[in-house]
Structure formats: structure tokens, C-alpha cells
Write a protein that binds this ligand. Structure first.
Ligand SMILES: [Zn+2]
Length: 267
């Protein structure tokens, strides 16, 4: 195992222990109860675009601020993830000790799928493992992949599609990929380790390939309600001959943000 894999395993074990303490296997994981059991207070408020969450240490006491932008609650997947992320800063020894000794964690936290800051990355991974504990999630990942299955996992664990898909990549029985597109430009892509093709057919502009569900939305305003079959060689650049090979694409549209998320998988 690489050092990075060790670290992930360590965070995963810690999160699993906390989420399922005393044989608790009820889902979705109750983040507020975990805070309360550990003497951490919290509040939700509208902090506009300043931060998603913040863990504060003052007078020997920890408090979590969650930005609900005035409209979300503790059942909203994004809010749950922010809460779990802040709990990560409390439960990860190095983070808590730093706060207790008066150091900053480069806070407040902002959520993004591709984290570069190692402290934020650890807290994100912890959050994902707390909300989707390995000891429960692995069994739920068994069987064939479908969008329906992913959607069921999201509901069962109270997690967003990107967070659930990326956790599924660790334990799912089928390799999948996700591609996020904003205004026609690819924002990020994530692949299961064993996903066969990892180069998307795009150039320096990062424009999403046109003859895909996501491309069709940005180019022609076409919305596909269901999972579609797309030519694999529209999505991927590879030396393999993909003529006639189809890939499943399920595109999730977030029209208000001008954004799509494509989930891709082979049979
Ligand atoms: Zn953070």
C-alpha cells in the first residue's frame, strides 16, 4: 500500500467506527447526533458565499457553523456533507490538536470535488466515509450498476450523486466514470481505478464532446430523461478500436447552474 492508501484506510476506519459506534447501523447517518454526543454544538445560518462550513474552537469548546444559504436543512446532501467534513476536522487528531493549540486550518472550508489542500482532502474523505460507512456501503454496492442503483444509494445514505458515485468507485462491482460539465466545458472527471479508458475526447478548450448527452444539451438544448446508449468513441480517445462499442450515459441536469453531470459505464 502507498502512504496515501494507508492514510485513506486510516480515515476510513476512524469514520466507520464513529458512524457505527455501539452497533448503530441506522441510515442515513445522523451527523447532528454525532456532534451532540461529542459535546459539539452547531448552528445553521445564511453566510452567503463566505464558506460552506467552519469548525470553531473557543473557550475549550467546539462549535460547527453550517452555511445553509437560508434555505437548506440537515436533510440536504450538500449540508450533510459539509457537516460531516467539519466533524472530520474534529475527529482527525492532527486537525483537532492544531485548532486546540490556536492554529488555523486554513479555514473556513469550501466544498469542491477536486480538493488540492491536503487538510481539506482528508476531511472530505473522512466525510464521505462517515456518511457512507464501509461496513454498510460495501454490501449495498454489490450487483449490477444502473442509475437507479446509484439513485437508491443517494436516498439511503442522504448523499449527493457526485459524492455517492465517487464512493461507489471504491467498492462498486462495476467501473464507472463521472464527468461534470459547466456551460459546455468539462470541469472535472473521476474514474474507477479499473475504468478502461481515461482520456476524454476533448482538446485544450476542454469542451465536452458534442455527440454525447451532455454535448447535446449544451449544443442543442436536448434533455434525455433516461439512460442513453452513446458511441464510446464519442467520449474517449484511445488506440483501441471502439467502433460499434456503446457506453451507457445517464446525464443529470442542473439547469439553474448551467451544469450537467454524466455518469458513464459499460455493460
Ligand atoms: Zn475544511
Amino acid at each position: 500500500m502507498t502512504q496515501n492508501e494507508w492514510r485513506k484506510r486510516e480515515l476510513e476506519d476512524l469514520a466507520d467506527f464513529i458512524a457505527t459506534e455501539n452497533g448503530n447501523d441506522s441510515l442515513p447517518v445522523n451527523v447532528a447526533a454525532i456532534a451532540e454526543e461529542n459535546g459539539i454544538t452547531y448552528c445553521l445560518g445564511d453566510y452567503q458565499n463566505y464558506f460552506d462550513g467552519m469548525l470553531e474552537y473557543e473557550d475549550s469548546h467546539f462549535h460547527i457553523y453550517i452555511n445553509n444559504r437560508g434555505r437548506y436543512n440537515l436533510n440536504t446532501p450538500r449540508i450533510r456533507f459539509s457537516f460531516a467534513h467539519e466533524l472530520g476536522h474534529y475527529f482527525i487528531d492532527e486537525h483537532r490538536l492544531a485548532l486546540e493549540s490556536g492554529k488555523s486550518l486554513h479555514h473556513p472550508s469550501k466544498y469542491c470535488m477536486i480538493q488540492r489542500n491536503p487538510i481539506e482532502k482528508d476531511a472530505d474523505y473522512f466525510a464521505s466515509c462517515l456518511l457512507m460507512p464501509r461496513s454498510l456501503f460495501v454490501d449495498d454496492c454489490k450487483g449490477e450498476f444502473s442509475f437507479r442503483k446509484l439513485d437508491d444509494l443517494c436516498k439511503r445514505y442522504g448523499t449527493s450523486i457526485p459524492a455517492t458515485a465517487s464512493r461507489y468507485m471504491d467498492y462498486g462491482s462495476m467501473p464507472i466514470a463521472i464527468v461534470s460539465v459547466n456551460s459546455g466545458i468539462i470541469q472535472y472527471k473521476l474514474f474507477s481505478n479499473d475504468f478502461p479508458y481515461k482520456s476524454l475526447k476533448t482538446d485544450y478548450t476542454n469542451k465536452v464532446p458534442l455527440l454525447t448527452c451532455a454535448g447535446d444539451f449544451f449544443e442543442n438544448d436536448v434533455v434525455c430523461d433516461d439512460t442513453e446508449e452513446v458511441d464510446a468513441n464519442e467520449w474517449f480517445l484511445t488506440n483501441y478500436d471502439l467502433r460499434g462499442v456503446k457506453i451507457h450515459e445517464h446525464c443529470v441536469y442542473q439547469k439553474q447552474y448551467g451544469q450537467t453531470l454524466s455518469i458513464l459505464w459499460f455493460d
